[in-house]
Write a protein that binds this ligand. Structure first.
Ligand code: SF4
Ligand code: SF4
Length: 325
């Protein structure tokens, strides 16, 4: 909405980091991607990530204009126009898909059949209810169809089922899981001083600034949260708050020390955000069950990835050229 500012940032960074190879990423709902804007993005190597939650029936439920009308048709028309004008640029556009498990997985996946997008570029995640304290409602159709589709994607990985018949989202899920399993192999012994999940390091990896100039550790936290508001562009960082975030693991240190999933824990700092100035140990503990379930799943996937090729050696087909997949 403030494209002048985007241009100023690009021009400023070119000046300040003269001689460096710069890359930019822009996440957008896509509704304002007019030709002149796209020209500028292409000329300046700005990678695009467009939010797309599924086919029209699903996307338009939550993504609407101020007048209540869904944005799907407008966004898809803009993407189609990019495809016609800049086919190479279009091929690299990523799509951020926030899946609501209350919907049927099969229906969500219908968007993969739309030729306007490259389905392999869909990055799917599940809707985040962290800040309203509820748990995502999950339909029976979502569970059954996503599990079945995952199973087909596994078969496709071992060449027992045609990959093109599996929704791209499930193929990607399997690819990501297998790509990350080496983390388990790489896990060494615990250090004398260690933290579960790696702390949030504000400003080092990423930083988020709202329209009023308040600084946050990232874009995933609530802009209403006192604990997460760690400074202002005029006055700089509030180091006490930054330190609290860095040391979020200390809130639950006694329990964490005895927890079997210490090294696979995926707790992000925002789980401890209760909206108050201080971070909360209770909030963190509430998420532990989920975090352990995630770790358990990783082990299950690790075993599957290692045992299937051993026990079903004969059944697994090879890629062309004879390599194992
Ligand atoms: S740990 Fe959580 S709050 Fe911190 S940067 Fe990562 S996602 Fe954001
Ligand atoms: S799951 Fe909970 S107790 Fe276990 S390491 Fe993570 S935060 Fe600590």
């Amino acid at each position: 909405m403030n494209f002048d500012l985007v241009q100023q940032v690009v021009e400023y960074s070119k000046k300040v980091f003269w001689g460096k190879r710069l890359t930019y990423n822009l996440t957008t709902n896509g509704s304002l991607l007019e030709d002149d804007i796209v020209d500028y993005l292409v000329q300046n190597n700005v990678s695009l990530m467009i939010s797309l939650d599924g086919p029209k029936t699903i996307h338009d439920r939550n993504r609407r204009f101020g007048n209540g009308e869904g944005t799907y048709d407008v966004v898809m028309a803009k993407i189609q126009r990019i495809k016609e004008r800049y086919p190479d640029y279009w091929k690299d556009i990523q799509y951020s898909m926030v899946m609501d498990p209350a919907n049927d997985f099969e229906e969500i996946c219908r968007v993969c059949k739309d030729q306007t997008i490259v389905p392999q570029n869909l990055m799917a995640s599940i809707v985040d209810y962290d800040y309203d304290g509820t748990i995502a409602e999950t339909s029976e159709e979502y569970i059954q169809n996503s599990e079945y589709s995952f199973f087909l994607a596994l078969l496709a990985r071992w060449k027992r089922y045609p990959e093109e018949k599996v929704p791209a989202i499930s193929n990607l899920m399997v690819k990501n899981i297998f790509g990350q399993l080496y983390h388990i192999d790489m896990m060494g012994e615990l250090n004398e001083n260690d933290v579960p999940a790696g702390p949030c390091i504000p400003g080092a990896m990423r930083m988020f600034v709202d329209v009023d100039g308040h600084i946050f550790p990232c874009e995933r936290v609530s802009e209403q949260s006192e604990a997460m508001r760690i400074g202002h562009i005029d006055s700089g960082f509030e180091m006490t708050k930054v330190q609290r975030l860095l040391e979020v693991g200390k809130l639950t240190e006694d329990v964490c020390k005895d927890c079997w999933c210490f090294r696979l824990c995926d707790q992000c700092a925002k789980k401890a955000d209760s909206g108050e100035e201080d971070l909360s140990a209770e909030g963190r503990m509430r998420y532990c069950k989920y975090s352990r379930a995630q770790a358990y799943n990783k082990f299950r996937e690790y075993i599957l990835a290692h045992e299937v090729p051993v026990y079903y050696k004969e059944q697994i087909r090879k890629k062309e050229g004879g390599q194992d997949v």
